[in-house]
Design a protein around this ligand. Structure first.
Ligand code: SF4
Ligand code: SF4
Length: 408
């Protein structure tokens, strides 16, 4: 079996039944136990980029990555969980990338992985994705490329000349090689900065016109970036962009669920668009300062972050609370440690919670443990999103030739 020929079981399940692309759905277990759901692993500190938006910039290229054997011990001591979120550094610079993911696939029941990349490594990315799909035949891979503007704007935000060209070329190669594989979803994450601001609608339209993207997320700059200037847009500008790109999100929903029909299509679209609107509203409310999400952040109870050097945290925004070396690389010991209990107490919950931020991954993860968000707030957010949708919307005529000329 080649990577572009998924197993019949996987192909059947995603085309006929699965609107969540490998993740347990919202209704899978409406009242979930607050137990480990996602592990965020900084698989390497090595990076070939110099993004001005990077919140991990002071830890990059520090030459103290955990060894493969240490990560194996982490996997062997961890309870099962749903989703592995890789981070870094550039994950594709880790030579044992496929073998490390396979550890969690074999030992922890992981069937969906979030795999971000700056797209610079071309052939390496294509060949490792191919091996990953072959070695883990029931794994769903959400491959998330970063694109923060068009052409030279993207290069300026990322600090690498030619970055835009290389990333688009890699995305085209992935699309061509895996376009019939329902286990691979090619997504894009765009960080909203003053440099890219005026181009970000066109980035989304370009990706849709070229059929290069499944889901496109527009993200607020996280934490303390390398260049604080990247975080100077006003809340009003962020809101205006959300309104402008809303029709693009509806196009993504139409593409994603084109195999569905009837009520199922309506429900899938409602949850996709309502989910994004709900997450964006929480992010935007927290842009200028902490603001109650209206649901608990479940960091530390349901998520566990492991830095490249074994430091561990409840989420990416809070400081490390220990190092796995001191726990013999036993994840369960660290997860249920007094240090983590104190951390969860510090974050708080309900009306007593004292920690809120813009981090979309934790908003998304926490929603799964909030029946109120699933049953009431996402449908309500969908209804609000309809205000900005135009049933007659067509993708605009953007100058693709000019973008492509830059590419060459
Ligand atoms: S944001 Fe990612 S790709 Fe960019 S410098 Fe940081 S780790 Fe590297
Ligand atoms: S609100 Fe943000 S910073 Fe606070 S615990 Fe949750 S993810 Fe971390």
């Amino acid at each position: 079996m080649t990577a572009s020929q998924p197993s019949l079981k996987s192909a059947h399940s995603i085309q006929k039944d699965d609107m969540h692309r490998g993740e347990p759905g919202f209704f899978h277990k409406l009242v979930r136990m607050k137990k480990l759901e996602g592990v965020f692993l900084f698989i390497t500190s090595r990076c070939n980029s110099k993004c001005r938006t990077c919140f991990y910039h002071d830890k990059l290229n520090s030459n103290d990555d955990m060894t493969f054997d240490e990560i194996r011990r982490i996997s062997e001591s961890s309870p099962n969980f749903d989703k592995l979120w890789l981070s870094g550094g550039e994950p594709f610079l880790r030579k044992e990338l496929v073998e490390i993911i396979k550890l969690f696939y074999d030992n922890n029941g992981v069937r969906v992985i979030n795999l971000p990349t700056n797209g610079l490594l071309g052939e390496t990315i294509v060949s490792r994705v191919s091996r990953l799909l072959d070695h883990c035949p029931d794994l769903f891979v959400h491959l998330n490329f970063s694109l923060d503007g068009l052409g030279k704007t993207h290069d300026k935000v990322r600090g690498i000349p030619g970055n835009f060209t290389k990333t688009i070329t890699t995305m085209m190669s992935i699309k061509n090689k895996f376009k019939n594989n329902p286990r691979l979803l090619q997504n894009v994450a765009t960080v909203i900065t003053p440099d890219g601001y005026d181009e970000l609608f066109d980035v989304g339209a370009y990706l849709l016109k070229k059929d290069l993207v499944a889901a496109h997320f527009y993200e607020i700059v996280r934490g303390n970036p390398r260049d604080p200037q990247t975080k100077t847009l006003t809340p009003g500008q962020i809101k205006a962009l959300r309104v402008k790109v809303q029709p693009l999100i509806e196009k993504q929903a139409d593409n994603l669920f084109k195999e569905f029909s009837g009520l199922k299509k309506k429900i899938a679209k409602l949850f996709f668009m309502g989910f994004i609107k709900f997450v964006n509203e929480i992010q935007d409310a927290n842009y200028s300062g902490p603001s109650d999400w209206g649901m608990n952040c479940t960091a530390g109870k349901t998520t566990f972050v492991i830095d490249h050097n074994g430091d561990f945290r409840s989420c990416e925004m809070r400081p490390p609370i220990g190092n796995l070396r001191d726990y013999g690389f036993n994840l369960s010991k660290a997860l249920y440690s007094d240090a983590m209990k104190r951390e969860i107490h510090e974050i708080g919950g309900g009306a007593g919670a004292n920690c809120w931020c813009t981090h979309g991954c934790w908003v998304m993860s926490s929603i799964k443990f909030s029946p109120r968000a699933i049953l009431l707030r996402i449908p309500a957010a969908y209804r609000r999103s309809r205000k900005y949708c135009d049933p007659h919307f067509e993708l605009p005529d953007i100058d693709i030739a000019q973008i492509e000329r830059y590419r060459k």
